[in-house]
Design a binder for this molecule. Structure first.
Ligand SMILES: C[S@@+](CC[C@H](N)C(=O)[O-])C[C@H]1O[C@@H](n2cnc3c(N)ncnc32)[C@H](O)[C@@H]1O
Length: 318
């Protein structure tokens, strides 16, 4: 309880420093329309109200844009089952225990039976996050000779931190840097601090750049001096303004990254998600200079099939 109280106070402090983000496009609309109560609690410094909203982070208004079930909670059981079947085909480790979702943030889950017969809760996005993490573990292994090499993965648009959790399961020695809007990083801070507990440290770059998970606000990426081995992004770049994407591509090109792995829209999708208001930017706009495409595959997850693909780029040797 003390940990949460000091965390909500620290979130309010960070908000006083950063102010409220109003980006253009899709996330500007989400900030304005779905996070109005969050803004009110932050602006007024109301820690109790903030805590109440964070307790429902994965089911209430704060989950919008970050959790795939949206309004349709009744679809969760069959969507989890579908995605679990996809996961079972793709995973290199059939231990379903790796997908267990903690109760932090009150997630909507569907439970399967664990090995001991108890309930094992899984969220819609967990199998997808886990396959990303497995693919990164394999890439890190192939290139640097070990998933435990202590390298750095930078994730752009990391949501509440679901991929960071799976990365910690799949390659525990890897440091994960999350780059997102401050408001989303507050959610990841809250979620990951409790999910990891004593098992891993979560900190802002200006406090502890060597933490297991490091938080970097998007507007401080240049200052933060992060030296990633691999840059990752899923379902985030497509929703950003073209200029923001170009900015990230230029940052990746001049960074230490040797690989760039992302999952984004490949074809226009009128009528889906927020496309009629903010058409998704397609993956052709996401090619950093000095990198070449070495692998590409359509993402198989139901709901986004045929619209999204995963791409793996590697830096061309100078
Ligand atoms: C649809 S969510 C994707 C979450 C998660 N990666 C997934 O695959 O489910 C898009 C994410 O992009 C973030 N975002 C929006 N604008 C951003 C920006 N300019 N820089 C970094 N992240 C941004 C949002 O806060 C959100 O976390």
């Amino acid at each position: 309880v003390d940990v949460i109280a000091s965390l909500t106070d620290a979130i309010i402090e960070r908000h006083q420093r950063y102010g409220w983000s109003s980006p253009e496009g899709e996330w500007g609309a989400i900030q304005r329309e779905d996070r109005a109560d969050f803004k009110k609690a932050l602006d007024s410094g109301n820690a109790d109200e903030l805590e109440a909203q964070l307790e429902d982070l994965l089911v209430g208004p704060l989950s919008y844009g970050l959790v795939s079930h949206g309004e349709s909670r009744s679809q969760v059981p069959h969507m989890v089952m579908w995605r679990l079947a996809m996961w079972a085909k793709m995973t290199t480790d059939p231990n379903v225990e790796c997908l267990r979702v903690p109760s932090v943030g009150n997630p909507v889950t569907f439970s399967v039976a664990a090995a001991d017969g108890s309930a094992l809760p899984i969220m819609i996005d967990t199998p997808r996050f886990d396959i990303y993490a497995q693919r990164m573990a394999k890439a890190l292994w192939n290139r640097w000779g070990g998933a435990y090499f202590g390298g750095t993965v930078l994730e752009i648009g990391s949501g509440y931190g679901g991929v960071a959790k799976q990365l910690h399961v799949r390659c525990p020695g890897v440091r994960v840097v999350l780059c997102d809007l401050p408001e989303t990083l507050y959610l990841a801070w809250y979620w990951l601090m409790q999910v990891f507990g004593e098992n891993a440290t979560v900190a802002w770059w200006d406090e502890n750049p060597d933490a297991d998970v490091v938080l970097v606000p998007a507007h401080e990426l240049e200052q933060a001096g992060i030296e990633p081995h691999l840059v990752f992004s899923a379902h985030a770049l497509s929703g950003m303004p073209k200029a923001t994407i170009a900015h990230y591509m230029a940052w990746i090109a001049q960074s230490t990254a040797l690989a760039f792995y992302h999952d984004d829209a490949t074809v226009a999708a009128p009528g889906m998600w927020m496309n009629d208001r903010f058409p998704e930017v397609l993956s052709s706009a996401m090619q950093p200079d000095g990198f070449r495409l070495t692998w590409q595959e359509k993402t198989p997850w139901t709901g986004v099939t045929d619209r999204f693909s995963e791409f793996f780029y590697e830096r061309v040797a100078a």
